[in-house]
Every structure is written in structure tokens, then in C-alpha cells.
Ligand binder design. Sequence first.
Ligand code: NAP
Length: 504
Amino acid sequence: MDALLKSQPTVFVIFGGTGDLNARKLAPALYNLYLEGWMPDHFAFIGTGRTKLTDNDFRVRVTGDVNKFSRSGQVKDEQWQSFAPNIYYQPADVQDAETYKEFGKKIKALEKEWKAPANVIYYLAVAPNFFPIIAENLAKAGLTEDAGCTRIVIEKPFGHDLASAKELNLLLGRIFQEKQIYRIDHYLGKETVQNIMAFRFANAIMEPLWNRNSIEHVQISVTEQLGVGDRLGYYDGSGALRDMIQNHLLQLLCIVAMEPPVSFSAEEVRNRKVDVLRAMRRFTPDTVREQAVRGQYASGWMEGQQVPGYREEPGANPHSNTETFAAVKFFVDNWRWQGVPFYLRTGKRLHRSASVITIQFKDVPHLIFSPETAETMRQNRLVISIQPEMSIRLQVQAKRPGVDMMLNTVDMVFDYKGTYQSEAPEAYETLLLDVMLGDQTLFMRADQVEEAWDLVMPILTSWQTRTSQNFPNYSADSWGPEDAEALVAKDGFHWFTLPLNGKK
Ligand code: NAP
């Protein structure tokens, strides 16, 4: 435990305190950090929104949220009674500059009570169109002046395209220093994602294999069974490429492809990740057609239930051109990765929900076994499961027991649940703690966000200008459109079946 953190009074101001993100992720994360002794001795969690609530109303509401969504289950009376008095509510319309004075007064009152200045963390869990006005109003109210103790956390999406991301970076840069800005990509807070860095950079055996000499290709799949649900309003203006590939999947790719940083410091790690994005081959209109596939789900049946197609979802545009599936082949043009394809795919209403990175190694240079012996043999694979299974499997060939020589693929497995008794923290717990500690390693720097947008812009532009003629083009409960199969098949590969609770 960090003694400095314990002694540093901290105030979280959560814009969007009455929203879904706070209910499902932020409030439970703060409570779990408290239960595990990570919160400072003096802290406050001030929720805000237009809804008129008293402190007590908000406490009751948060109790219900934590009971419903926390990994630690229902709150225990004694622990909750000591946590709840730290929760406050301040009704405010973020567009009304006057109301920000109330935050200032509240923070001052808390500092007076604690007899110490506080670190103040403004968390923007609101629609992205409010990010600029909140930053500007915080500045107008004089709430951003102390760069040493003020931080701002920006939720995704960070921009809608390259131009808007640059504009937002410019605006934030006028008010805050980069060291105060925490751009969230919650994938980076996941235990299994952080473990990729431990796996790569704390094991000497990996590095000699981790390059174009040994690796044939890489697949990164983040698939969801759910449809668009109640996110339609946001999603229809976004689509799978913006919502998932521009941020989460490209960040996973960066962790797989980055060079070893000199140290595990925020700047070193982020420098090496941005190097990957800068090395990625840019698209032309022709390569977009060859290397990027989009899809939209049709109606169908999922686990015995009939589900509507995307264009039939309540409130949907019956002619929507928005993709709910995207698969893209990327290349990283540097010495380590030249010629190794990275296939990324993501989509909604797919057969299974899973986030998996598979690294397929090259075939043996010469096979000494007969075709019958090697019938079930396959190339080595490293399968890194991020969710729901949390594991790393190295698939190797072994002799099947018996008098004859038959080869079989077996897994060498590191499985979180089997290895550790303690439960992994939620990504938001890790990330909120890092904001309190002032550690930006797992957050996106301005240049990272802009490089990622720059990379996907030709695909976005092409898809916006060319209306898809075949939407909807995949049925619910499938693995996406046929074109996605063709994308890998034309290179001689297939999409790997995603692991489910240890089964392949
Ligand atoms: P949400 O449920 O719609 O909540 C929106 C929040 O904004 C509410 O608390 C609402 O409070 C507040 N709000 C709206 N207009 C306001 C105004 N004029 N002044 C003050 N407050 C206002 O949205 P959400 O799902 O929590 O998402 C919030 C942000 O997190 C979005 O940027 C989203 O992309 C991102 N995000 C969400 C999730 C998730 O799981 N939900 C995951 C990743 C990222 P009142 O109605 O009380 O005004």
C-alpha cells in the first residue's frame, strides 16, 4: 500500500453521477478500492447531474447500484456505514457556468474539514459533446489552476474522427498539462491485458520467438453476443470500427507488437506503443477494399430467443449504413513485424462473447512424421484469453498415449482462477487507483489517440462514402459476414474458434 496515497486527501467529482457508467462501474470500483484499503484516509465522491437529489437520495441510489453491480456482492452494513458518509451529490447542469462555483465551495469546505489541500479528480462520465464545455467551465471557475493536484479523466469516445480528436486535444491542452489528462481505454485496465506485458517482458524465453522469424500471423478478436441494446442513439453514429477497433483492439495490438520499453514508466511504455501506431501501414482506397470488411447483423435466434436485426431494433433507421461488425488486416512496417499480418475483428450478435489474442507460430521447417501420425498436428499457438476466460495457453504437439506414434495438440495453461485464489480487480478499480496515484501508464496520450485515428480514417471515409449494398450481411449467432472468412482465407488462414471455459 502506498503510504503517500493514504495520506493524500482526494475528491472525485463525477460528472454523470446519475448515469449508467457510474452505477455499473465507477461507484462499485470506488467502494471495492475502499474495502481493500486503497482509498485515502480522507476522500469524497461527489456525484453530479441535472437530476435533483439530496446527498442522502444519492447515497441510497449508490447503495442500490453497488448491491447490484459490485463484484464484492451486497454491501455489509458496518463497512457501508463508514463508506457512505463520503458520498455527496451536487445537482448541476454542466452547461451552466455558475453551478461550477458550488463545486469550488464544496471542495473548499472539505479541505477545511480535513485541514489539508486535496487532490481533485474530475471524471467526465457524460456524453462526449459535453467534454469541451465541462473543461472550459472548470477553467472559468478557477478549478483547474493547481496543475499539481488537479486531474481530469475523459471517457471514451475521444473524438469522432481525427479532426475532432485533435480539436479536443488542443482544447484540453490549453487548460491542462498532459500529465493531468487521463484518457480512459478501460481495456488497458484489465488484469489479463496488463499481464501480456509481464508475459512478454519478464520472461526471457519469449523475446527470441517474438518476431517475424517465428510468428506467422496474429489474430485479435473481441466478439459480443449482445446486440446494440439501448446504445443505439450513440452507436448508429459510431459503428464497430470507431467503437472498438480505433481504441481497444488497436491498443491490444500495440501491447503485442511494441518493442521492450527501457522501463515500466508511463512515458517509456507510451512511447513504445505510439511507435507501433506510427509504423502501421496506412490504407489507400484500394487496400481498404482488400483489407477491411464490414457487416451488419440480421435477425435470428440467439440461445433460443428470437432477436431483431440491427435495422429492426427499436428506434433504428431502417436504412442504416452503420457497421456492427468490422474485420481489418493490418501490417506493422518495422524490422520485427515486416510481412506478419495482424487480423483484428469485432462485432455484435456473434456466436460467442470473448476477447482473445491468438499468436500463430510458423510451421516446423521439416516434418519427420508420416502424414497419418501428424494428422491432428497443428502449428504452435499462443492463446491469450482476456475475457470471459482469463488464461494464457501455449498449444504444443505431444505424443498421444499408445503403442503407435500419434501426435496431438495439448495446452500448457496458465489460468488465473486455477492459480490465484484472490479475485482479479475490475479494470475500473485499477484505473481509478492509477489516477489517484498519478500513474498514466495505462492511459492514452494525446499522440496515441491521434495516430490511431489517423490509421483508421481512410477506412471510415471509404465506408461513409460507399453505402453498403448488402447490409444486413450476417445472421445473429453467426461469426460475421462471409467476406470476413474470405479476408483470412485468401491468405491461407481461418479465424480461430474462441475458447469457452477451457474448451476449444
Ligand atoms: P448515461 O447513462 O446516458 O448518463 C449520462 C449522464 O450525463 C447522466 O448522469 C446525466 O445526468 C448526465 N447529463 C446529461 N446531460 C447533462 C447536463 N446537461 N448536465 C449535467 N449532467 C448531464 O451515459 P453513460 O452510459 O453513463 O455514459 C457516460 C459516458 O461514459 C459516455 O461518454 C459513454 O460513451 C462512456 N462510457 C460508458 C460506458 C458504460 O458502460 N455505460 C462504458 C464505456 C464508456 P442527468 O440525467 O441527471 O442530468
